[in-house]
Design a protein around this ligand. Structure first.
Ligand code: BEZ
Length: 211
């Protein structure tokens, strides 16, 4: 199933390392990151799960729940967690879905047969509190994801949701942001009383709200 930006993401029930869940109910009013990794006991995946565990407080701070998925069984997830703790210094501190029957992988189109018939690709789905898809990424098995980038883009998505601003290329937390074109100058005067810089009528920069 193709899931596009703005779609309500499919709900599902699954077994996880933290017990059975129903996805939408588990998300509650939080943002969510659902990410797949191709296979347990593999090197790149081991580093990724260690990194997500290290960054868990950063996800918490942003009101984002993280959940991993692989098509391996629950007992394999438990054994692998010990290896992750030993080699990465952080054991997974978030649920991992055991998707042996590929129910969730198929629902979210995480298996790309021309890459592999059996393993999921490295998918990332960022879901808003409205359960709608805000961003998706697809990486091949060989390229570990940059979870600092996932946090950076969550900051951008949350700024847009709260303040009607967009973020420019290579934006970092604290840099100026862009007033979205749908906000007129009149409306911008109310929203941004401190003023803004107009480089072009369609390119208006304002200090990041809340900084
Ligand atoms: C890895 O996580 O290292 C990996 C998994 C599947 C294929 C290639 C690499």
């Amino acid at each position: 199933m193709t899931i596009r930006l703005g779609d309500v993401v499919p709900d599902f029930e699954a077994e996880t390392t933290e017990g059975p869940i129903r996805f939408h109910e588990w998300l509650g009013s939080s943002w969510g990151v659902l990410f797949s990794h191709p296979k347990n006991f593999t090197p790149v995946c081991t580093t990724e799960l260690g990194q997500v565990a290290r960054l868990k407080p950063e996800f918490d701070r942003r009101n984002v729940k993280v959940i991993g998925l692989s098509v391996d069984p629950l007992d394999a997830h438990a054994k692998w967690s010990d290896d992750i703790a030993e080699t990465q210094g952080y054991a997974p501190n978030f649920p991992l879905i055991a998707d042996q029957d590929r129910k969730v992988a198929d629902l979210y189109d995480m298996i790309h047969p021309n890459a592999s018939d059996t393993m999921t690709v490295r998918s990332v789905f960022i879901v808003g509190p409205d359960k709608k898809l805000k961003l998706s990424l697809t990486y091949p098995a060989s390229a570990g994801r940059n979870f600092d980038e996932i946090l950076r883009v969550i900051d951008s998505l949350q700024l847009t949701a709260q303040h009607a601003v967009a973020t420019p290329a290579n934006w970092k937390d604290g840099d100026d942001v862009i007033i979205v074109p749908s906000v007129s100058d009149e409306a911008a005067k109310e929203k941004f009383p401190g003023g803004w810089k107009t480089l072009k009528p369609y390119l208006r920069l304002v200090p990041q709200p809340g900084k």
